[in-house]
Design a protein around this ligand. Structure first.
Ligand code: ZN
Length: 305
């Protein structure tokens, strides 16, 4: 074996490797011819080693390419998911803004009729004092007085306490107790007792938890009663007319804006006025009559000046 030639071939081999991987195949072919000329065990061993190393390098290269493809696919998948999420979000936002625009449209289209326009003008112009009431505000808590501003008032809702024989203060204390018992969310702005006493639980500038879907644009009045029929006593009835009229005056609303809890969501509340529809109609007429009396008194006082 010519050791000088062996040495030279080893140097050549290293040079080729250092020239990079591109030349491998050509080098390999050329080398195999050169190697055929020398037949020795040592040379064969070197050749086998070299071929093994080349194989390993090739495998590593394939693995690297596979990893890059996997990474690319992963990034593409993430990109696709992000795209879908953003797309859906944009669609939802667009739909919401369209609905809002339609709602505004609706509001603008319901103009008051000329007859209605002036109907309660004198009532609103009259000065009306706040009905006598006991202000016992609930402490701010998650379950009965969330302490959130009431943005607008479109309706006044009338309820009954669903608890015969209990008075206004007891019902007020029940709402306060929810802060500790946390058993449910419930409250009201006002409670009228069966002796006609009015207890205020929540300021009119804040929301109450009284009419699930309408807590942010209404004010609620709960009424106490004595027997299972749910009928209000005369004292409760009179205070209810007085308090409701004062609220309609305050927010420039009309008797048509006074609703039973039943009118939104169908709950049997206030029981007596759900079961006796004509009594409810009568209540609204009486309320209108009371308001008309105030308007008339105002007209008289203006004329008398
Ligand atoms: Zn109710």
């Amino acid at each position: 074996m010519d050791s000088q030639k062996l040495e030279w071939m080893e140097v050549e081999r290293r040079n080729r490797i250092s020239r990079g991987t591109r030349g491998y195949r050509a080098d390999e072919e050329r080398e195999s011819i050169e190697f055929q000329e020398i037949d020795s065990e040592e040379l064969q061993r070197l050749r086998r080693n070299r071929q093994r190393r080349l194989r390993q390098k090739r495998q590593k290269r394939i693995q690297r390419i596979r990893r890059m493809i996997a990474l690319f696919l992963l990034l593409a998948a993430i990109g696709l998911i992000c795209g879908i999420v953003i797309g859906v979000k944009l669609l939802v936002e667009r739909k919401a803004s369209t609905e809002q625009a339609m709602a505004v449209d609706k509001i603008q289209k319901t103009a008051v009729s000329p007859a209605e326009e002036n109907k309660w003008e004198d009532f609103y112009a009259a000065s009306l004092s706040v009905p006598a009431m006991d202000v016992q505000l609930l402490t701010i808590n998650e379950f009965s007085r969330p302490g959130e501003l009431l943005p607008k008032v479109k309706n006044i809702f009338i309820h009954y306490t669903a608890n015969p024989g209990t008075d206004a203060e007891q019902n007020r204390n029940y709402f306060q107790s929810l802060a500790d018992t946390r058993e449910r969310s419930a409250s009201t702005h006002f409670i009228i007792g069966y002796e006609g006493e009015i207890v205020q639980c929540i300021p009119t500038r804040e929301i109450a938890y009284a009419v699930m879907k309408r807590n942010y644009d209404s004010i609620s009045i709960e009424c106490c009663y004595v027997d299972e029929s749910g009928k209000f006593t005369d004292a409760t009835y009179d205070s209810l007319i007085q308090l409701t009229a004062w609220l309609l005056h305050k927010y420039e609303l009309t008797p048509e804006d006074v609703l039973r809890h039943y009118d939104v969501g169908g709950k049997n509340c206030p029981k007596y006025y759900v079961e006796n529809e004509e009594e409810w109609e009568k209540f609204l007429l009486n309320l209108g009559g009371y308001m008309e009396d105030i308007a008339q008194a105002h007209r008289n006082s203006v004329e008398g000046e």
